[in-house]
Design a protein around this ligand. Sequence first.
Ligand code: FES
Ligand code: FE2
Length: 330
Amino acid sequence: MIPNQWYAILPSKAVEKGQITAVKRLNMDLALFRNKQGEIGCVVDQCSHRGAALSKGKVVGDCIKCPFHGLEFDKDGKCTLVPAIGKNTTEDISRYNAKRCLVGEEHGIIYLWYGDEEKATDNLPFFDKYVDDSYVWSEMEDHWNAHYSRCIENQLDVVHLPFVHYNTIGRGNKTLVNGPKVIFEDYTIITSANNEKDVGQKPKPPEECVIRDTFLSFKFPNIWMNHISPQMKVIIYFAPVDDENTILYIRFYSKLSSVKALNSIVAFFGKYGNLVIERQDKRVVITQKPKASSYISEEKLVPGDGPIITYRKIREELKKANQTQVTTKP
Ligand code: FES
Ligand SMILES: [Fe+2]
C-alpha cells in the first residue's frame, strides 16, 4: 500500500443512516456509520474497552455504541460516554477514544486516508475532467482473489487483449504490440492500445505511437477509467481488502441520449457488458504469482508492458517518498 493517499474504498450508498457497515479494507477491520447530519464516521472495529466488535452495536444519535458495555464514540472516534462511570463523570474519558480513520466522500464514493493525518490533502482522486452530471451511471461490484496491484495492472495491460479477450474486445488476432505510448501527469497514467496483426513487421516504439480517442487512464492510488467514447466511459475503483483480495466497483457512464431515462438503461446494461470482460480477466489474474506485483521482480516483461512498468515505477517512488509508519488515531 502506498502511504499518504486517499483510497476509494466503498460506494456511499453502502453506508446508510442509522446503520453500521462492517468492512475489511487495507487490512483493517472497519465499522462505518453516519451521524445525524449524514457525515461519515469510520472506526477500527475493535472497542477500546475490551475489544468487542463495534459493528455489532448500534448507532445512537451521532455515535456508534458498543454492544458489550455501552461505550459510545462519535464520527471522529472520540469517546462520549462510558456508562459504567456515569454520564456526569469529571474524569477525562479521552483515553477510551476509538481508533479511527479519516474518511471523505465525493462522487458517491467513500475514500479512506491511509497515512499521516497531518498530511491529508483535500483532493479526493477522481476524473472530474471527464465526467459530470450530464452522464448517468450505474455501478456493480465484483470480488477478486487478487492483490489490488495485479487488478490495476490488468487494466493497463494491452498485451493480453487478443488472448484473454479473443472473442470480445480483443477480437481480430492483433497480437503484435506497438508501443504503447505512455504519459504520466497529475498522478495519472494515460495509454492506449496500438496493436496490429502480425504480418512480419516489427513493433513500433512508443515514440511512434499515439494516444487514441479510446484510451485508458489510471489515477493513483486505485481508480481507473476507460474512455470508450465521448458519450460512454467506464470507471473502476479497486478497493484493497487485504494482501490477497480486492473488490472492484465497476461503473458504466452514459450520455448517449439526451433522454436521461434511456441513459439509465444503457448504463444499467452497460455495466453487465463490462462484467463479462472483467470475468475474462479475473479468471487469469487470480492465478498470478506472487499475489502482489513489485518494481523489482523476476518477471520478464516485454516492451508492450510499458504502462505496467510505469505503474510499478511510480508506485515504488511514491512508496519510498511516503515511507512512514501508518497509524490510526489516536
Ligand atoms: S468492549 Fe466495548 S464497551 Fe466494553
Ligand atoms: Fe482485460
